[in-house]
Design a protein around this ligand. Sequence first.
Ligand SMILES: *Cc1c(COP(=O)(O)O)cnc(C)c1O
Length: 420
Amino acid sequence: MTAPHPALAATDPELAALVGAEERLQAETLRLIPSENYVSRAVLEASGTVLQNKYSEGYPGRRYYEGQQNIDRIETLAVERAKALFGVDHANVQPYSGSPANLAVYLAFARPGDTVMGMALPMGGHLTHGWGVSATGTWFHGVQYGVRQDTGLIDFDQVRELALKERPKVIFCGGTALPRTIDFAAFGEIAREAGAVLVADVAHIAGLIAGGAHPSPVPHVDVVSTTTHKTLRGPRGAMLMSREEHAKALDKAVFPGLQGGPHNQTTAAVAVALHEAAQPSFRHYAHAVVANAKALAEALLARGFDLVSGGTDNHLILMDLTPKEVPGKIAAKALDRAGIVVNYNTVPYDPRKPFDPSGIRIGTPSLTSRGLGTEHMAQVAAWIDRGVAAAGAGDEDALLTVRAEVAELMAAFPAPGLPV
Ligand SMILES: *Cc1c(COP(=O)(O)O)cnc(C)c1O
């Protein structure tokens, strides 16, 4: 076998060795972090091209630099593919990542000190939805809604009451730990009543929407914000989409409002990912992600685990480990030693602190990209169960046994994009 990165290995063997170690880690482990995935070799290749050598401030046909003949066509291709895939009038593919994309939304529609509204971080929202430690919660007056304690579902009575009382300029819906379908129509009604700009931040579920496995926000919201690297399975980046009426404001906010030159190599890889997401095989992928998550949730429930909202409609499961008497962080670290990669996470109304919370968050985008199916989910649940039990008992040998079993199964399901 030839070295997968021969030039890198020759120039910087130390760095090449670290990349190689990461490739092995991603190959051997069961990666359950719901915001992660495996991109295709084609997406990786587009990300590593000479496109990164160019400066292209501006937009296609309106640049501040010459020599943009090819870059203009590449960005236009990405924009047109995004518009076709999501059924929108306008797409901006330049935001560097999800957080800067959301900052651009504030810049377009609010002024410092204005009231903005989003889901509270510990309830499953995102930092950039007006949470205190984020710039969005210090430069704006953030008001926050949550989920009901009895159901784990978004409390629309609270959303409506808060929106009408506080009259926010911008309302964000979407989040990072929401296992259930988001009712964009319900948010749309409330936003119209309150006179707010409604933003659907679909970073986690964009691939499910593209593949028809989650309803689209497009008919109900003013702006769609998304990352490109989660279920959409593209490079690390983001997009903002809207009807024509908001196109100018969003474009101005991204550049020159917030950013300089776009990352052209990323734009190219976004275009590739959008092409892949438009294929019938991606529809199959999106539905398989959800089917796997539902099967995994059932198997975990059967083993006595407590799941926030009682299960899942999408790619994500939020487990409350309180009944197992194992804190989330201890469980997450033990599972990592067992070759199962998850993250510790607050659960709604968590009595524990954010850095040491009660839950773990898992999801099925990555294992589905490797070809695991519903028939494997009972095994995955059994490993999680054994890992959590071993964490509670301090049984390191049991974790190593699980790790070997995991590596054996994963070896039979080569990861997209990784060298074989
Ligand atoms: C991941 C995520 C973001 C932020 O994306 P980054 O690329 O990490 O900045 C924003 N909003 C939501 C809902 C997310 O899940």
